[in-house]
Design a protein around this ligand. Structure first.
Ligand SMILES: Cc1ncc(C[n+]2csc(CCOP(=O)(O)OP(=O)(O)O)c2C)c(N)n1
Length: 690
């Protein structure tokens, strides 16, 4: 369902409220209640067992207590349809995972970091859930980043018109994160089928609500988002909790939009086994939290209402205790992951199928990129484009996505709010269904920093963290670079930061043909790709325009291009610097100097063998980049040259790079900071004569 359909639905809000009002209140259904109790007890008994195993030094060092959170998790899970609905549960949501169908043995095996198919196979800390079949995308330790991913997943559901629901949970502390609010905003704006559950235990480790939340209530804060229904409940009250969750799930499934359930729960245990609540909670607070124990209260209710007898509950507890003991024994016998596999699965395998055809008319880079996206959208209905200003008549501030909304519709090329973390988080969630392939735009690389948590901590490592269970075929395009008087905030070259993050591929083309073929390969790649486009090259015709490659022509990543052959010195460059290198090499050629220019084209993966081959011939290396010299990607090239090509070198490796300084606006100042042709020419002459 698109945003416009949602607007119409909003006007029918009263109708919906009527409909929800007519749902019969959840009475105590024996089967449901006993299943809920079973899940809650299991979560508690696993807690007890884990605590014991840590004390006994049985191979696990880290343990998270879920005591007090059992009911909200269990009832949330029982409101969902396993293997149909989607879930982004946080680390204190073990009862949710159990209720949805995760096995006790698997949870204990994850606790012991064993090599099991789900929950990361030893790569993540315990209770960081991941389960392909149960549709739990791999969860990280980052408090709050799950919300936007859940919203992305829900956007995918809405786009496909499926009747699925997304559950996402977090603690009260997580609601202080901007991502939480961005998620509520986007889900409300698009009327998405998400159930947000905040398990509000009043503490974020040692920080109480009074130091965390303005006005002390998350529900009040969230009520400002039009289109979001907010439930404020006691998460230890079976009837209230069940009722709220059923309504929230019903609302999502029937296409009426998101809900937020804020459930008050006690945190009876410590934050984790390395935390001592006595350092920040009073004796009275600790005692009163114990008093609110949802299990004891639920058992009392079941007995009072004649749903279960004391004997039945004791029998159930005995059976589950044994089940946990047996599962712990079985988990303990499982193998750990092999040491040799430690660095496996950073990237999903991908081989391009290239079908070269006759080239078309000459195009500049901005047209080549636009055509690449349009062709891929035509080829694959799962390819979708979004970002700031990308839709409708504008088509991006540089026009790269122009005409895509008109051609493919509002669902496939849409604007996002001005929130980069939303763009990145949404991209991750959209991949979950295996149907959607986001091609997102961050308007300027300089503004990617508010998305960096989602990119570095989440997107880059999902394949690794899930031990290959989940992958993210996301492309994030970012215009970058200087020489256009963009000042400190429209001129940065951020490639070195990106390359330092394992799991991201980084492309940085220097001409129109490479840009088109690389972008098409990026869109088909099952891994996340950051695609850096130099703003000054978009319309550059003299050096960058090329005959347009055909629709099935792709360029493999990790294949550098020898742009110009030479014998005196090897000049390594990428992006706009290739053009500068070429101009200077032509000047030097007039004096009889021969410069070999290598355009890396992709920095991750890096084709270093082409550099080494060139070094064998020239024995001299100069690296050129516009980013600041300190820790720039040139440092990596220089280090590799010394490590792998020392015996070929006849001179020190030279870097010509930007000054270690922000890029100023004033033309003369900008020229001082960014490398100029004269700097390159002087450095080359000196190196050749070394
Ligand atoms: C972004 C981020 N900052 C800090 C941490 C360290 N940390 C882990 S859990 C936690 C407290 C979270 O509190 P809350 O969201 O209320 O959940 P609770 O643990 O109380 O259930 C903190 C600060 C983190 N994991 N992620």
């Amino acid at each position: 369902m698109g945003i416009h359909a949602v607007r119409t639905l909003r006007t029918e809000k009263n109708l919906l409220d009527d409909l929800i009002g007519r749902l019969p209140p959840a009475s105590i259904d024996r089967k449901h209640a006993l299943r809920a109790l079973e899940v809650m007890l299991l979560a508690r008994l696993i807690d007890d067992k884990m605590e014991k195993m840590v004390r006994q030094n049985k191979g696990a060092t880290f343990q998270l207590s879920v005591k007090g959170h059992e009911m909200i998790g269990a009832l949330s899970a029982l409101a969902m349809i396993p293997e149909t609905d989607w879930a982004y549960p946080y680390y204190r949501d073990r009862s949710f995972a159990l209720g949805l169908g995760c096995s006790v043995e698997e949870i204990l095996a994850a606790f012991l970091a064993r090599d099991i198919p789900h929950h990361s196979g030893g790569r993540m800390m315990p209770d960081h859930f991941s389960h392909k079949k149960l549709r739990i995308p791999c969860q990280s330790s980052v408090v709050g980043s799950q919300y936007l991913q859940a919203v992305g997943c829900a956007k995918g559901i809405a786009l496909s018109g499926r009747q699925e629901v997304v559950y996402v949970s977090g603690g009260d502390g997580s609601t202080s994160q901007g991502d939480f609010h961005e998620a509520l905003n986007f889900a409300s704006l698009h009327g998405l089928p998400v159930v947000f559950v905040v398990q509000d235990n009043g503490w974020a480790i040692s920080v109480p609500t009074a130091e965390q939340t303005a006005g002390l209530t998350i529900a009040k804060m969230a009520r400002g988002y039009e289109g979001l229904i907010v439930f404020e409940i006691d998460g230890c009250d079976y009837v209230q909790t069940n009722d709220a969750l059923r309504q929230a799930v019903f609302r999502a499934r029937s296409g009426h939009g998101p809900s937020l359930v804020v459930a008050k729960v006690p945190r009876i245990g410590s934050h984790s086994n390395s935390d001592d609540p006595k350092k920040y909670k009073t004796e009275e607070q600790i005692a009163s939290e114990k008093e609110r124990d949802p299990i004891a209260r639920f058992e009392r209710l079941l007995i009072e209402q004649g749903v279960a007898s004391v004997f039945e509950i004791e029998e159930l507890r005995r059976r589950l205790f044994q089940l946990v003991e047996d599962a712990a024994m079985a988990a303990d016998k499982l193998n750990g992951p092999s040491r040799q596999s430690a660095a496996d699965k950073v990237f999903a395998p991908f081989e391009i199928i290239n079908n070269p055809s006759e080239c078309g008319e000459s195009v500049v880079m901005m047209d080549a990129l636009n055509h690449a996206i349009a062709e891929e959208m035509q080829r694959d209905p799962g390819v979708i484009v979004f970002g700031q200003d990308v839709a409708h008549g504008k088509g991006g501030v540089f026009g790269i996505t122009r005409n895509l909304t008109q051609r493919f519709g509002r669902d496939r090329c849409f604007n996002t709010p001005l929130a980069e973390s939303t763009i990145a988080g949404l991209s991750i969630g959209l991949c979950a269904d295996g149907i959607h392939k986001p091609v997102a735009e961050i308007q300027f690389a300089d503004y990617s920093w508010t998305a960096i948590n989602q990119i570095f901590n989440e997107l880059s490592s999902i394949y690794y963290r899930s031990n290959g269970e989940w992958n993210c075929p996301v492309v994030i395009r970012m215009p970058y670079g200087g020489y256009i008087q963009g000042g400190p905030y429209h001129s940065q070259s951020i490639e070195a930061y990106l390359c330092h993050c394992p799991g991201l591929k980084v492309a940085i083309p220097s001409n129109a043909a490479d840009a088109k073929r690389l972008l098409k390969a990026a869109i088909r790649d099952p891994n996340p790709v950051i695609f850096l486009e130099h703003k000054a090259l978009y319309r550059q015709r003299l050096f960058c325009a090329r005959p347009e490659p055909g629709a099935d022509e792709l360029l493999a990543f990790g294949v550098a291009n020898v742009v110009r052959e030479g014998t005196d010195v090897t000049l390594v460059a990428w992006g706009m610097m290739v053009m500068m290198a070429n101009d200077v090499a032509e000047t030097l050629a007039k004096d009889g100097f021969s410069v070999e220019i290598i355009d890396l084209r992709t920095l991750v993966p890096l084709d270093f063998s082409t550099v080494l081959t060139s070094l064998k011939k020239t024995s001299k290396l100069l690296v050129l980049h516009e980013a600041p010299r300190n820790c720039g990607f040139g440092a990596e090239i220089a280090a590799r040259a010394v490590e792998e090509g020392f015996r070929f070198l006849d001179a020190p490796v030279v870097r010509v790079a930007g000054k270690d300084c922000p890029v100023p606006y004033c033309k003369e100042l900008e020229e001082e900071v960014l490398p100029q042709k004269k700097d390159l020419e002087a450095a080359l002459r000196q190196l050749i004569q070394f």
